[in-house]
Design a protein around this ligand. Structure first.
Ligand SMILES: Nc1ncnc2c1ncn2[C@@H]1O[C@H](COP(=O)(O)OP(=O)(O)OP(=O)(O)O)[C@@H](O)[C@H]1O
Length: 262
């Protein structure tokens, strides 16, 4: 039996249109952060939704040896939490209430009283750095603040597998850094498997144990950041001429010089 998340021959799409076409990956390990990268419309969100059990799919998805494919949504939801790209809005809840209601929607072991649930929600807001927003109405927040609330809602649930769809797209530089650091810390502490969709490849390289590069629903490159993100894969997948440079602290930077020759 293999431990971790194993994805084999995963295919899914919409009506008759195939969008994700036979994705097979090396086992994703507990405690690891894996970035899913690729151009617009590559199928990244569709793949995440299939991994959350929200999208009919074929193939195999096993978690610690247990097959999830074909199981009822409740079985997926107990193990896998998905944060969509869309931000919470239009509800007349304050931030703390919204985290509490996310917790009530999928009860967690050890949180048996209203007081325990509230304390856990407060702890998560502190950890995400938005405790000062606790009493603010969701509808009155900025886009970046709503994205942080969305993250607090999913982190509160402490799943085995966390799927994050562009969780830092609305955030400023400091908050991008904080969120990626927090996600990595929580993956290590809780031995969670995190798969995160990112468009900034330098950020993906910095914070990921593994990279999966998707194009037209297929895996084009995978492995460590240095293995997957190369001038050749960037030319093939994104159509750009790129250089990979390492700064004096050893961090990988992706520099784009031009569009690639056709
Ligand atoms: N609900 C849907 N119904 C029909 N087609 C869809 C639906 N959602 C997505 N698609 C199509 O599936 C393809 C993949 O979309 P998806 O959102 O998975 O891409 P993505 O890689 O996440 O893109 P982006 O980086 O732009 O967010 C696109 O061609 C899109 O038009």
């Amino acid at each position: 039996m293999s431990t971790g998340l194993e994805i084999t021959g995963l295919a899914t799409g919409y009506r008759k249109r195939a969008v994700v076409q036979g994705v097979t990956l090396p086992v994703l390990k507990a405690g690891g952060v894996y970035s899913l990268i690729g151009p617009n419309a590559a199928g990244k969100s569709t793949l995440l939704r299939a991994l959350a059990g929200l999208q009919p799919a074929t193939g195999s998805v096993t978690l610690d040896g247990t097959e999830l494919m074909g199981k009822p949504l409740a079985d997926w939801a107990r193990r896998v939490t998905y944060m969509p790209q869309t931000l919470p809005q239009g509800v007349s809840l304050n931030v703390l209430e919204s985290v509490i209601s996310a917790l009530r929607a999928s009860p967690m072991e050890g949180l048996n009283s209203s007081e325990a649930i509230k304390q856990h929600a407060v702890d998560v807001l502190e950890r995400v750095g938005i405790i000062e927003l606790a009493m603010r109405n969701l509808g009155h927040l900025s886009g970046g603040q709503r994205q942080l609330v969305s993250l607090a809602q999913v982190l509160a649930r402490n799943p085995q597998v966390l799927l994050l769809d562009e969780p830092i797209s609305a955030l400023d530089l400091k908050h991008q850094f904080r969120v990626m650091r927090l996600v990595q810390e929580l993956a290590r502490e809780r031995q969670m498997i995190v798969m995160v969709v990112l468009h900034d490849l330098s950020i993906a390289a910095r914070w990921s144990d593994g990279i999966v590069m998707l194009a037209q629903g297929r895996v084009v490159a995978s492995g460590t950041p240095g293995q997957a993100i190369t001038p050749a894969s960037l030319a093939e997948v994104y159509g750009v001429q790129a250089r990979i440079e390492y700064c004096d602290r050893g961090q990988m930077q992706v520099m784009i010089d031009d569009e690639a020759m056709a």
